[in-house]
Design a binder for this molecule. Sequence first.
Ligand SMILES: Nc1ncnc2c1ncn2[C@@H]1O[C@H](COP(=O)(O)OP(=O)(O)OP(=O)(O)O)[C@@H](O)[C@H]1O
Length: 256
Amino acid sequence: MMNYVGDTTAALASQQQEHAIQIRDLRVVRGERTVLDGLDLTVGRGSITGLLGPSGSGKSTLMRAIIGVQKIVSGKVTVLGAPAGSVQLRDRVAYVTQAPSVYQDLTVRQNLAYFADVLGAPRSDVDRAIDQVDLASYADKLAANLSGGQFSRVSLAVALLGHPELLVLDEPTVGLDPVLRKELWDLFGRIASDGATLLVSSHVMDEAQRCDDLILLREGGMVLAHDTLSNLLERTGAADAEHAFLQLVSEEEIHA
Ligand SMILES: Nc1ncnc2c1ncn2[C@@H]1O[C@H](COP(=O)(O)OP(=O)(O)OP(=O)(O)O)[C@@H](O)[C@H]1O
């Protein structure tokens, strides 16, 4: 009997370990507004999940809850098997916000070295992270003199210090032209193929093509769908993610 209980506990623990993110009945209120209302979500490991939805649908709020910086009213957010925001997740989870914290008056390498010290990551990580984002030839340039795409890659390099298992990226391609967006998505693909899990938000629906899995959020913080793009297109008969989204919204409205 003891063995059975032990096995079950181990099985449950390993099942939780397999998930990068597990959210149960999450409710978040910001100001007067209920932003997330009973949200359930499970994200597997080692993939790129796109969090897509219109502006104000709650993408950033959900990401903040996953990082553990958002005050929640109720529910449970488990990340890599531990409660969101807990100390043991500090160097296992990285978060890049919409306002990147890169110092303009430092070079790329100086920025990375500074953040490596702050995060307690080894200095040897600095050049590895710079290489990973393809900025080796810009390492000694001031961040202020970089292009928009290069600047975004510096934030990403900071996030890669210490080899995080989960990267949460809040609209990393916002304001970038299509060529730079493609470059950045290629980079996300390389990071995921090295074994990390990425949760990437966007309100540009065509970025759905670059994700293994999609979470479509609609206003009111409701998960409209959580599926692969090909399944969503098949289900809705739509030609692209944007039309699939619109189709799902109108189906919801008919059934409401
Ligand atoms: N600090 C705050 N105080 C009160 N309400 C807030 C605050 N921040 C966000 N909200 C509200 O919460 C809702 C969700 O905002 P959130 O930033 O999570 O959406 P989003 O989907 O990330 O939007 P965007 O794509 O524009 O970044 C919005 O209605 C917003 O007005």
